[in-house]
Write a protein that binds this ligand. Structure first.
Ligand code: PBG
Length: 336
């Protein structure tokens, strides 16, 4: 006798729930596997020794002096996180971002401290000027009040070379000036630093989700916003164009940032290049989960792992996230 709910699509013969019946079955048919190897932990470096300044808007994150930062990096590495992404924070600001390329700057010292303490760890550094400029923009301010692209390139290249000289494995320009990947590659090579990789923030949007980070790094623009150089959130074809330009200029890895609200862009960029693709789950995306969890509105662990899995499912090879260390621990508990 025909099943009363028989459909043209195949029910009752075809039942997708069979493959969801047990934990073992679900593990076998799982299409995306989040692994600690994919995670990159951002850390903030300040001057001094024994300094730990908790960041109110980023739960569990602190600005750390190089000694404590190296210790934090070593703990993450021991739990399976292969890489850190370092940011420098400075009170000293001027019109040429002098501290950005100071060999004694907090980030340059932190690079050396991590390399000294845990040499196997991959050290990536954010290359930008905003934390060191009195006006808080990512490039040099022109007489017309507009951020002047070409003079910014030389300063960015100096910052990148100073990071590489301190021992960084990878430099990651986040300023969104045109031509900066080529300028940085040329400067590194001229200094004999041919082995230093460039992870380009190739697709970085002018996003509201960087709010907590700017508190942490003291890098909010003093006037205007960043939409004259960062990308318009409405655009995705332009994301592919920006990516291909950076690839042509010599980027070794590319990035989409933010991540969770730009899954379609991650997918498009994935299809456009075979290079390793990172996605940055940014401060505001992290804060949304931690704030809701604090109110008891979300299960933090499940919401975080679901988000990081979604970013991976969209096509990211690497995920930069303030959850990196915690997620590595959660994943090892799950035995996955
Ligand atoms: C520096 C930089 C920013 C972030 C990474 N590098 C801030 C910005 O562009 O304003 C944001 C990171 C985050 O929100 O977690 N240009």
């Amino acid at each position: 006798m025909e099943h009363p709910q028989a459909t043209a699509a195949g029910f009752p013969v075809i039942r997708p729930r069979r493959l969801r019946a047990t934990p073992a079955m679900r593990r076998m048919v799982r299409e995306t596997r989040l692994h600690a190897d994919q995670l990159i932990l951002p850390l903030f470096a300040v001057d001094g020794h024994g300094v730990e300044q908790p960041i109110a808007s980023l739960k569990g994150q602190s600005r750390l002096s190089p000694d404590l930062l190296a210790q934090r990096a070593a703990e993450a590495y021991a739990d399976g996180v292969p890489a850190v992404l370092l940011f420098g924070v400075s009170d000293v600001k001027d019109d040429v971002a002098s501290v950005a390329y100071d060999p004694d700057g907090a980030v340059q010292r932190a690079i050396a401290a991590v390399k000294d303490r845990v040499p196997e760890m991959c050290v990536i550094t954010d290359v930008c000027l905003c934390a060191y400029m009195s006006h808080g923009h990512c490039g040099v301010l022109g007489d017309d009040g507009v951020i002047d692209n070409d003079p910014s390139l030389e300063l960015l290249a100096r910052a990148a070379v100073s990071h590489a000289q301190a021992g960084a494995d990878v430099v990651a320009p986040s300023d969104m000036m045109d031509g900066r990947v080529a300028a940085i590659r040329a400067a590194l090579d001229a200094d004999g630093l041919t082995g230093t990789s460039i992870m380009s923030y190739s697709t970085k949007y002018a996003s509201a989700f960087y709010g907590p980070f700017r508190d942490a790094a003291g890098s909010a623009p003093g006037f205007g916003d960043r939409s004259g150089y960062q990308m318009d959130p409405a655009n995705s074809r332009e994301a592919v164009r920006e990516t291909l330009l950076d690839v042509a200029e010599g980027a070794d890895m590319v990035m989409v940032k933010p991540a969770a609200t730009y899954l379609d862009v991650i997918r498009d960029v994935r299809g456009a290049t075979g290079l390793p693709l990172a996605a940055y789950h940014v401060s505001g995306e992290y804060a949304m989960i931690t704030a809701a969890a604090e109110r008891g509105w979300l299960d933090e662990r499940r919401a975080a792992l679901e988000t990081l899995t979604a970013i991976t499912r969209a096509g990211a090879d690497l995920v930069i996230t303030y959850y990196a260390h915690q997620a590595a621990r959660w994943l090892s508990e799950e035995g996955s």
